[in-house]
Design a binder for this molecule. Structure first.
Ligand code: ATP
Ligand code: MG
Ligand code: MG
Length: 560
């Protein structure tokens, strides 16, 4: 059964193609350029461009730029970069709703001529009032029966700039008693004396979403117009306008799917803008942001983001996903490919008291330990080294497999060492561990049991780095949902980033330098620091001053 396991959108398309309703599949991704793209948009991109790929059709990138007040060129540029990075391409089909203003205007005039639209000088307040309620039908406003000629004349004068903002609107003449409130003579055009980032001052009337969107789809020959569930009630007006404007079948139709939401973050451009403008984050690409730019800088591979979006499914029920679902896909993608390196995030000094002074060794370790044919890298070892403070306990709990006074542990890819004494600072915190090493244990197990292996970096040649360890941006699953007064910024987590200084092995610095010489973007280099997590280079790195972002820690409990 072909339909089994296919989501409802794919089943609809399968059927349409079987019926030969359309020659091919044409979808579109229609963002408004009023901010940066986020995870929710990623879901829509993966769905729309993914459908075009699967059905050998096409997907348009169309800027839904009908609101002059909020839109900007910067956003159109960032959106293209984000979509490309996600792995998709619109080919020759980059479109702007603002390119259709003249055609839309002609459709509006056509509707006026058919008696299906009128200019209303009632105020916003009066229009709302007269629209009625769910239980009460609406009433006509005084202008509803204005003549076609008067309507055409007034509409032309609206366009010519004769009236101030808000003086009048163009409304559809549909059904004031419709149970669907949207059908009660919706507003099609309003006056806005504002500069548009593309059309400049050519227009002072702008079409509203319901009027514009279906026409954009129809002009472009879109077949399946996918939007989120909140637009379910808008489907009726979508069809009404296309019918009235004379678009015969086969023409586009709207289908609604559940929007993506993710716990502990927010997903509205309007709110994300506040985080940027009020300085709660360093910018749109702050690695804690749910923006595509933020996820990219964080080091999330595009394949992980695509898998995450696909795993959310295409359904009719809104649900919020746990952010660890994305982390799962990040690990799943990176584990087989990310080269390994040693790095210490919270350094504690170790001195090997039995190591010959000035002696230096180069140990070998595979870049991909699971691959028997893996290339290797060299790890320098000398008398001093750094281990992670978390790997030492003065009073270890039962079953402790790492280092403690008198205990033994293996240095990953190196020797077994034993801790003899602990030098503490005045507050009793360990500062330096004095240890010895067992020369017979390199690549060989001794006849006694060794609890575990820990990561480390040889002090000589250690590369100092700044680590940025990220956590959830918000401490509440649903930021701002507390009570009516609640502001989502009050739910920002105080611990969403920790900045610490540590060390990485020198081979990793060489790898970063090579990537730079090759012209790679910093986020293209992703490594696993063994036992710690996956990391990438942050663009704040300056020459030899390396900054590493933690993409995800090595594990958490979540399973798909
Ligand atoms: P925002 O409120 O964040 O600005 P929006 O829907 O107004 O979101 P648009 O730029 O109009 O943003 O969205 C472009 C496309 O992305 C639309 O087709 C919309 O349905 C889709 N989209 C936006 N947010 C989500 C989401 N959370 N889940 C799935 N699709 C989404
Ligand atoms: Mg929108
Ligand atoms: Mg919006």
């Amino acid at each position: 059964d072909r339909a089994a396991g296919r989501d409802f959108v794919r089943r609809i398309i399968d059927r349409h193609l079987e019926e030969k309703r359309y020659e091919g599949v044409v979808t579109r991704f229609p963002p408004e350029p009023n901010g940066y793209l986020h995870l929710g948009h990623a879901k829509s991109i993966v769905l729309n461009f993914g459908l075009a790929e699967e059905y050998d059709g096409r997907c348009h990138l169309r800027y839904d730029d009908t609101n002059p007040l909020t839109e900007d060129e910067e956003y159109t540029r960032s959106m293209q970069a984000d979509i490309r990075w996600l792995g998709y391409d619109w080919g020759d089909h980059l479109h702007y709703a603002s390119d259709y203003f003249e055609r839309m205007y002609e459709v509006a005039r056509d509707l006026i001529r058919q008696g299906k639209a009128y200019v209303d000088s009632a105020s916003e307040e009066e229009i709302r009032e007269a629209r009625g309620t769910v239980t009460e039908p609406g009433r006509p406003t005084p202008d509803r029966d204005r003549s076609v000629d008067d309507n055409l004349d007034l509409f032309a004068r609206m366009r010519a700039g004769e009236f101030p903002d808000g003086e009048m609107v163009l409304r559809g003449k549909i059904d004031l008693a419709s149970p669907n409130m949207i059908m009660r003579d919706p507003v099609f055009y309003r006056i806005r004396h504002a500069h548009h980032y593309r059309t400049g001052d050519a227009w002072c009337i702008y079409p509203l979403y319901d009027f514009a969107h279906c026409l954009e789809d129809a002009f472009e020959g879109v077949t399946h117009s996918l939007c989120t569930l909140e637009f379910e009630n808008n489907r009726e007006i979508y069809d009404w306008i296309l019918d009235a404007a004379g678009f015969a079948e086969p023409r586009p139709h709207q289908y609604e799917f559940a929007r993506l939401s993710v716990d502990y973050t927010i997903m509205s451009k309007r709110k994300l803008i506040r985080l940027v403008q009020e300085g709660y984050v360093s910018g749109w690409d702050d690695p804690r942001m749910p923006t595509i730019a933020g996820l990219r800088r964080r080091g999330v591979p595009p394949e992980a983001l695509r898998r995450f979006c696909r795993s959310a499914g295409v359904t009719k029920t809104n649900a919020s996903l746990d952010p660890s679902a994305l982390d799962f896909h990040v690990r799943d993608v990176l584990n087989p490919v990310a080269p390994r390196a040693l790095g210490v995030v919270r350094p504690l000094r170790v001195v090997l008291t039995d190591w010959p002074e000035g002696h230096r060794e180069l140990l070998e370790a595979p870049l991909h330990p699971d691959d028997p044919d893996s290339p290797t890298r060299r790890i320098p070892m000398s008398q001093g080294l750094w281990i992670d403070a978390d790997d030492f306990r003065k009073d270890p709990p039962p079953g402790w497999k790492r280092l403690s006074p008198g205990g033994e542990v293996r240095l990953r890819h190196g020797y077994v060492i034993r801790c003899h004494s602990v030098i503490e600072d005045p507050e009793g915190r360990p500062m330096t561990l004095h240890c010895t090493h067992d020369r017979d244990t390199l690549g060989r197990n001794p006849d006694r049991r060794i609890g575990g292996a820990i990561h480390w970096v040889g002090a000589e040649g250690a590369v100092p780095v700044e680590f940025r360890l990220y956590d959830r941006l918000f401490r509440e699953a649903e930021p701002g949902a507390g009570d009516d007064e609640a502001d989502f910024v009050d739910d920002l987590s105080p611990d969403s980033v920790q900045v610490v200084r540590g060390f990485v092995e020198p081979a990793l610095r060489d790898r970063v330098s090579a990537a730079r010489r090759a012209g790679d973007a910093p986020h293209d280099l992703r490594v696993q620091l063994e036992r710690v997590g996956y990391f990438t280079v942050d663009p704040d790195s300056d020459g030899d001053e390396l900054v590493f972002n933690r993409i995800v820690p090595l594990r958490d409990g979540w399973k798909p």
